[in-house]
Design a protein around this ligand. Structure first.
Ligand code: SF4
Length: 80
């Protein structure tokens, strides 16, 4: 995957140097991020409805999982 840099250090996939270590991520609108199940993520990218955003403030990383969570493998995304 292309390099993804992220500063969200309490994410399960975050690595030192602000690197995302997920093998894939899904970025979507805040609206979908708020309403979709946690299990609905990057492996389902073809099923996501395409969505507009007015600015970066309207987008979110759907793949975020809080560090220490037991649900880190619920979405099928792997840590590299
Ligand atoms: S999964 Fe998303 S929130 Fe987590 S480190 Fe990667 S880009 Fe950041």
């Amino acid at each position: 995957m292309s390099n993804i840099y992220c500063s969200v250090q309490n994410c399960h996939y975050w690595k030192k140097g602000n690197v995302c270590a997920a093998n894939e991520i899904m970025v979507t609108s805040d609206k979908i991020g708020d309403s979709a199940l946690d299990s609905y993520d990057a492996p389902d990218h073809m099923d996501f409805k395409s969505t507009p955003a007015n600015s970066c403030m309207d987008t979110c990383c759907k793949t975020f999982v809080e560090k220490g969570s037991k649900n880190f493998n619920e979405d099928g995304v792997m840590k590299q």
